[in-house]
Design a binder for this molecule. Structure first.
Ligand SMILES: NC(=O)c1ccc[n+]([C@@H]2O[C@H](COP(=O)([O-])OP(=O)(O)OC[C@H]3O[C@@H](n4cnc5c(N)ncnc54)[C@H](O)[C@@H]3O)[C@@H](O)[C@H]2O)c1
Length: 374
């Protein structure tokens, strides 16, 4: 671990961030040889190791990466607790270099050493910008990793399944129909999750509109599902029933809500709302919001099934399907208590991680995984 003897804790800088939320640990990892610069944040460990994916992204400023990792890791605490997983909240961001100083494989192995230096307090997996090949390289230097090809694999299809269930439940609640046939859904971002969501919506007969900055991704969806395409700056000017953000965060804000012509927001992107206050603006605009971390938990639920002795895709699918009941409960409580769906989801998640409410996975399973990995 020589490369990481210079791992530093920037206590003052970190604690002065508006998004600092009593995080347990924030680490800046740097490796001269490969040029790696990464931040790992562990938000809360009350339910288990801080678990969440690794994002590889080009940040204009270091502070933006810090904001991202703090928000995303806290979001993982809520997501993992809501899904009743034996995980706390954690996340990593790698500051993408203009060009790699080493091979991408060596770069990822260096990141794996950074993960290993946290001795299991943080467990990683795939996220935006990283893929199964990267995970295989990271796994050469750390045992604290999920979602390898030979275990649960790409989480995206499971994430998309959970999003579809949340979207269906939202359509039922807001539009009063059980069917997605001809319902106009705009999917923003047709990458890993967005593509699979389009496939599921296509099977349900939805009227799909997509938007992306990547022409190849768009062409694939046009070819396979006959979708319509809108330019990114036309998204909120388009009349739709459902807006499904599957690209970046913070697309739902005062400015976009003022233009929105939809009744439902249900998508995969993390941190869709610019701030918690945005949820109240949505309620006033009569737009039903399916909280992102509730409906996009399918991928991490699938990953958590590795904790059992042997991964079983059928069991993983059943656990992902439990998302539907949670969404239904949130909508019912929000209506009965006259609260936003986000406020209710937050209360439910906090009940689960502040009281250490028992997980639907058994602690012995976790111990067994640790033993197997050792
Ligand atoms: N992969 C998962 O299982 C998973 C799980 C939970 C949450 N999420 C979240 O879902 C979102 C998508 O994840 P992913 O794995 O599909 O990522 P991805 O990188 O594979 O796909 C993102 C897509 O969004 C597009 N995009 C970027 N900027 C855009 C813009 N301004 N307008 C339209 N499209 C744009 C990209 O070109 C890309 O095709 C992310 O916010 C991620 O954090 C993913």
């Amino acid at each position: 671990m020589k490369e990481f003897t210079d791992v530093k804790r920037f206590q003052d800088l970190i604690e002065s961030q508006p998004d600092f939320d009593a995080h347990e640990e924030v680490v800046f990892a740097r490796d001269e040889q490969t040029g790696l610069q990464a931040l790992i944040a562990v938000h809360n460990l009350s339910r288990g190791p801080g678990t969440g994916g690794t994002r590889l992204w080009r940040y204009d400023q270091f502070e933006n990466a810090l904001t991202d990792v703090l928000r995303l890791s806290a979001g993982m605490t809520y997501k993992n607790a809501m899904a009743e997983l034996p995980f706390g909240g954690g996340k990593a961001v790698i500051l993408a270099p203009k060009e790699f100083k080493s091979t991408r494989a060596e770069f990822m192995q260096a990141f794996g050493r950074a993960v290993e230096s946290l001795q299991g307090r943080y467990c990683t997996a795939e996220d935006v910008g990283t893929n199964c090949d990267d995970m295989a390289e990271i796994a050469k230097s750390t045992r604290h990793i999920f979602g390898l090809r030979e275990t649960s694999g790409d989480p995206s299809p499971y994430t998309a399944r959970g999003v579809l269930l949340g979207l269906q439940e939202s359509v039922r609640e807001a539009l009063g129909t059980d069917s997605l046939k001809d319902v106009r859904v705009l999917v923003q971002g047709v990458g890993h999750v967005g593509y699979h969501l389009c496939r599921l919506l296509y099977e349900k007969g939805a009227n799909i509109i997509v938007s992306d900055v990547n022409e190849t991704a768009l062409a694939r969806c046009e070819h396979e599902f006959g979708v319509d395409v809108v330019a990114p700056d036309r998204i909120f000017k388009t009349a739709i029933d459902v807006y499904a953000p599957c690209a970046l965060g913070a697309t739902v804000n005062e400015r976009s809500i003022a233009q929105m012509k939809c009744g439902v927001i249900a998508g995969a992107a993390n941190n869709q709302l610019e701030s918690n206050e945005t949820a109240e603006l949505l309620r006033q605009a009569d737009i039903l919001y399916a909280p992102d971390y509730v409906i996009n938990a399918g991928g991490i639920i699938n990953i958590a099934c590795e904790v059992s002795q042997s991964y079983n895709a059928k069991i993983a699918t059943q656990k992902v399907d439990e998302i539907q009941g949670r969404v239904r409960e949130i909508f019912a409580r929000a209506k009965a208590e006259n609260k936003t769906t986000l406020a209710v989801a937050g209360e439910m998640a906090r009940e689960r991680f502040q009281t250490g409410q028992s997980s639907s996975f058994r602690v012995e399973d976790l111990t067994r995984t640790a033993a197997r990995m050792a």
